[in-house]
Design a binder for this molecule. Structure first.
Ligand SMILES: [Zn+2]
Ligand SMILES: [Zn+2]
Length: 258
């Protein structure tokens, strides 16, 4: 009954992704025997095959997109084709917000047919069942395209993923209600020098303090966060909040026991 999250990428922001200062392959999650690939950004397929031991796309049960931006979804077609063994063995579930399916879709029409089950993720939607994992969507995030966080529940353990967004108070209420054992949170910015739809470290601190997960894992770092050493920032947050806080790095696997 184990739960694990393998980080195939921990970079965010266009500059970090464009230069691959950190990789951008998203997360490979295992809930017992169920395997879910979340947010396959640029390089996801290469990174998945490059882990030791390699992840096997043909064993995936689902691909999930929080939103359709390149750093979260670029490799979705390559992953679908790999999951379906070149299209010969259609397989699995694809979950994505409505605007990833419709206007300016990132999904190639031919590739999406390699996945037999499509789920259009809606605000506070679900549960969407992936074998014995229940997935529920969060409140809609404040981000330029349709974006939802995801709450994964399996064998009494909840892993919540809080992707890119501007800060607003409704986030705390939504995520706290799911009582996550593990909260993965995208902390792109160190401080607010620009007015953008992303969390700063201060925002993340407020969210972690308000949601009070069992453990918090920061990821999706921009340049300034990387310059300040996310691992040290995690230690400081942990001291301040009294909650276990990790900074993810490329290739790291977090193990939780369900
Ligand atoms: Zn992003
Ligand atoms: Zn985005």
């Amino acid at each position: 009954m184990s739960v694990s999250i393998c980080f195939l990428g921990t970079g965010g922001a266009r500059f970090v992704v464009a230069k691959q200062i950190r990789a951008s392959g998203g997360m490979w999650m295992r809930f017992g025997g169920t395997q879910i690939h979340l947010d396959p950004g640029p390089g996801a397929l290469v990174r998945a095959l490059g882990t030791i031991p390699p992840q096997r796309p043909a064993e995936l049960d689902a691909i999930v997109l929080s939103h359709k931006h390149i750093d979260h979804a670029n490799d979705v077609n390559a992953m679908i084709e790999a999951m379906a063994q070149g299209g010969w063995k259609p397989r699995g579930v694809l979950l994505a917000p409505g605007d990833a399916w419709e206007s300016e879709s990132i999904l190639l029409p031919y590739a999406r047919h390699f996945v037999p089950r499509h789920e259009i993720v809606e605000e506070r939607g679900g549960p969407y069942a992936i074998n014995d994992v229940e997935v529920r969507a969060s409140v809609r995030h404040q981000h330029p395209v349709e974006t939802y966080g995801l709450h994964f529940r399996y064998a009494g353990t909840t892993v919540s993923y809080l992707p890119c967004t501007r800060y607003f108070d409704g986030l705390i209420e939504d995520y706290a209600a799911h009582k996550p054992d593990v909260l993965v949170i995208n902390v792109l910015r160190y401080a607010d020098s620009l007015d953008v739809d992303h969390l700063t470290l201060d925002d993340a601190k407020r969210l972690i303090a308000g949601i009070r997960p069992g453990s918090a894992i920061m990821t999706h770092f921009g340049t300034k966060m990387l310059e300040r050493d996310p691992r040290r920032i995690a230690y400081d947050l942990e001291d301040e909040l009294g909650i276990r806080v990790y900074a993810a790095h490329d290739g790291w696997t977090y193990d939780a026991v369900a």
